[in-house]
Structures are given as C-alpha cells and as structure tokens.
Ligand binder design. Structure first.
Ligand code: IPE
Ligand code: IPE
Ligand code: MG
Length: 251
C-alpha cells in the first residue's frame, strides 16, 4: 500500500473478518470442477494472510466452512476436508515464517478425526507466534455458537457459579468461540452476495461491511488494499454524532 493511502497504521483494522465466497463460480467460469476453485482459494488465502500480517492486522478470521456447508454434496464436503488436511501440512512453513498463530472457531468436534488432528497439531506448533492470529471458522455458524454459549452460561447458573445478575455483554462475549478476541472492525465478503450467512452475528454489531464482486480465487492484495482504503474513509460513530467523534479525535 502506498504511503499516500496508508497514512496511519492505527487505521488498519485490528481485527479483519472475511467471508471467502465464490470458489465454485470461479471454477465454473473457467470450466473446472468446484474443488479446483477451492484449491485456488487456498492460494488466495495464503496471499491475503501474508499481506494482512505485513500490513499490521492483529486478528484475521476467515469463513472457511459453515455449519450449513455440511449439507453440500458429500463429494464436495470430502474434497474440502482433504484439502484442509493437505493445506494445513503445507502452510506450516508460511505460518512460522510470518509468525502467525493458527486458531479455529466452530464445532471442531464435527470434523473428521484426521482434519482435527492436523488442525490441533498446527495450532500447537504455531501457538507461540505473536505477529497475527489467523482463525479459521470451520464448521462454524453464529447461531450454533450462540446455542453453545447459552448452554455454557446455563450450566454455570445451575452449578451456582453465577447468578442472573452476572449475565451481561462481557459474560456472553467470553462464552463465544471468539472469546479473548476484539470484535471485527471490518468484514469483507467476496463473490458479490450482500449477506452475512450466519457469520459472527454477535461480534459484527458495529463492524464496517465491505462487499466485493471479485470471486475469492481472483481476489488480490490490491483488492484488499482497496477495501482497507475504503474502511479508512469511513466514520465509525458507534451511535454518537459526527461532532462528538470529531471532538474525541482532537483530544
Ligand atoms: C466459498 O465458495 C467456499 C465455501 C463455502 C467452502 P463457494 O463454494 O460457496 O463458491 P460459490 O459461492 O458456490 O461460487
Ligand atoms: C458462506 O458462503 C460460507 C463460507 C464462505 C465458508 P456460502 O456460499 O456457504 O453462503 P451462501 O449459501 O451463499 O449464503
Ligand atoms: Mg458460496
């Protein structure tokens, strides 16, 4: 990103969330089977992850496989799980080189044992990396996350660890898969759809949204930089007035 546009590192989102959509359509457009689109999507993810680490993003959370995606044809689900295992094996070097910690959100227990093992191994090996946390949303849906959260809080109530008056926003946030992470500042969705598809619904309450028509395998570092420039020109008011924000910025 040129200096002209990157006038302050403080204006790089601390937490960037991405819905990586459009792999299937990209493959179809090129005359390939869908799984080739997913394979090319991994190359884009490597490129964008590296760019985010270099630009100073602290948390990158990408939607890789939704709870609803389990309902796709079994052959596609199988291809995606195989791709996950092979990519995790291959990407360890890139993660270590760029000091990126791998994490995961979602119902990991539903993943095939081999995927889960590989995932936990890479998470373990990268646990001490401190430049950026890359979280893969795998078998993730926001509503399921909320169900898990309510069960955990319910259990604590039954066991007498908490009372009703202890239930507040921070207790809920601390019992979501994303506990310990700041809320996303910017959500990018590729593939042209203007929807959030059950992704981080609690966490994106005040997130800036950016939609790109580019299909994920063709999304480039330049496209990412354009999204960041767009974000830098937004005024985040969090319910306040423009004048209040201007005054806060002069303090
Ligand atoms: C996103 O691309 C990747 C996953 C959901 C796993 P899609 O596979 O949804 O691609 P389109 O939207 O059908 O083009
Ligand atoms: C969202 O994409 C999930 C991922 C990118 C993993 P989908 O392709 O599953 O979303 P819909 O079905 O178009 O809403
Ligand atoms: Mg899609």
């Amino acid at each position: 990103m040129s200096d002209k546009n990157n006038n302050s590192l403080l204006r790089i989102p601390r937490h960037l969330a991405i819905i990586m959509d459009g792999n299937g359509r990209w493959a179809k457009k090129k005359g390939f089977i869908r799984s080739i689109g997913h394979k090319n999507g991994v190359d884009t993810l490597r490129e964008i992850t590296t760019a985010c680490a270099e630009l100073g993003v602290s948390y990158l959370t990408v939607y890789a496989f939704s709870t609803e995606n389990w309902s796709r044809p079994q052959s596609e689900v199988k291809a995606l799980m195989t791709l996950l295992v092979s990519s995790l094996k291959k990407e360890l070097t890139t993660l270590m080189k760029n000091e990126i910690r791998l994490s995961a959100i979602g119902d990991i227990s539903l993943l095939p044992a081999k995927c889960r093992r590989e995932l936990l191994e890479v998470m373990d090996k990268t646990a001490q990396n401190g430049r950026m946390t890359l979280s893969l949303a795998l078998s993730y849906s926001s509503r399921i996350e909320m169900v898990h959260c309510m069960k955990k809080i319910g259990q604590k109530l039954i066991e007498g660890q908490i009372t009703i008056s202890d239930i507040d926003e921070s207790l809920i946030a601390n019992n979501l898969f994303t506990f310990g992470m700041p809320d996303p500042d910017l959500l990018i969705r590729t593939g042209g759809e203007m929807r959030v598809s059950n992704y981080l619904l609690w966490q994106i309450a005040y997130c800036e949204l950016y939609f790109s028509d580019k299909l994920w395998p063709e999304f480039t570092r330049e496209d990412l930089e354009n999204a960041l420039i767009d974000y830098q020109n937004r005024e985040r008011r969090f319910g306040k007035t423009s004048e209040q924000i201007a005054e806060e910025n002069t303090l």
